[in-house]
Design a protein around this ligand. Structure first.
Ligand code: ADP
Length: 294
């Protein structure tokens, strides 16, 4: 395994236990870390990115222990944090140049070539001389990936990159991530299930600082095969259902309510069986009834 996370725990000074003995094994390719807000995703990402220390446990990237080898790890790391503060007055190309200098790319023509490549790769070439303050949310995130890719990172950490993007921008961002390549570890944290569905071959679900599931999306989906049931109901009658059935989600469609229910067998003749999706798996896991999947 390329990235090994062993027994990480972290308690903040205010007493919040953000990580409780987290262990994960992560191979090359895109890994999705899925969990609700407050689950501990950013804390875990910051520890891997050398920006914060855990209280106990270790992280190894390709055999290098992270906490005691921060400079070495930083050389092969790309990081897009959740809150990426950018000086609104600076032009995109100017700031990329600055980041490239900080990353140690001292040769001017080499730097220029790299920056041009990154601007093209992230579809920002036409906006290279625009100030960052004029960028849309999606452009800012693509710029964030451009800076994270400087220096050819072997480990790319992207923290909640699609939060706040509109569907078109999210799509462009997904395409960009999917083109980065399978030979490095890309760790993507998100609370949006579709990010993982679209992009990740491997995933973990974390909640309340603990790993609830670690494996392939297909594993978790297979385990729910035949156990997801659906019914259209009148929305005023939802209370009758929530008392009787294990409701995973409800969705309004054409003024009617569509309920998705977990049940080993048919809950009632009025329900139809349907294909599980990752959102079913996520809610099932998070709601604490999924102990057989860990
Ligand atoms: P996520 O990224 O999944 O939303 P975080 O890692 O940001 O989760 O937070 C996990 C928990 O730790 C939350 O309860 C959060 O309020 C708390 N937390 C995060 N950062 C700090 C901090 N610097 N000081 C105190 N508590 C924090």
């Amino acid at each position: 395994m390329e990235l090994k996370i062993e027994n990480l725990s972290k308690t903040y000074a205010n007493g919040v236990q953000a990580l409780k003995n987290i262990s994960l094994n992560i191979s090359n390719g895109m890994f999705g870390l899925l969990g609700p807000n407050g689950a501990g995703k950013s804390t875990l990402m910051r520890i891997i990115a050398t920006l914060q220390d855990s209280d106990t446990g270790s992280v190894y990237f390709r055999g290098i222990e992270v906490k005691n080898n921060k400079p070495k790890i930083r050389k092969i790391l790309g990081y897009l944090p959740q809150d990426f503060g950018l000086d609104p007055q600076i032009e995109a190309i100017e700031l990329l140049n600055h980041f490239a200098i900080l990353k140690g790319i001292s040769n001017k023509s080499q730097r220029k070539q790299l920056i041009n490549e990154l601007l093209n790769q992230t579809n920002l070439w036409d906006s290279r001389n625009k100030r960052l303050g004029s960028f849309s949310g999606g452009m800012k995130q693509r710029f964030g990936i451009a800076q994270a890719l400087i220096g050819n990172p072997q480990l790319l950490i992207v923290d909640e990159p699609t939060a706040g993007l509109d569907p078109g921008e999210r799509n462009r961002f997904h395409n960009l991530l999917s083109e980065i390549g399978e030979n490095i570890v890309i760790m993507l944290s998100t609370h949006i299930v579709d990010d993982v569905t679209d992009l990740c071959k491997n995933m973990a679900i974390i909640n309340k600082g603990e790993v609830y599931f670690n494996g392939k999306p297909s594993d978790i989906l297979n385990s729910l095969q035949g156990k997801i049931w659906i019914k259209e109901i009148d929305k005023t009658g939802i209370h009758q259902y929530s008392d009787k059935y294990k409701i995973l989600s409800t969705r309004l469609f054409d003024g009617q309510m569509l309920v998705r229910v977990y049940s080993e067998g048919s809950p009632h003749v009025s329900f139809s069986n349907c294909e599980p999706n990752l959102e079913d798996a996520y809610f099932y896991t998070i709601n604490g009834v999924n102990s057989n999947l860990q």
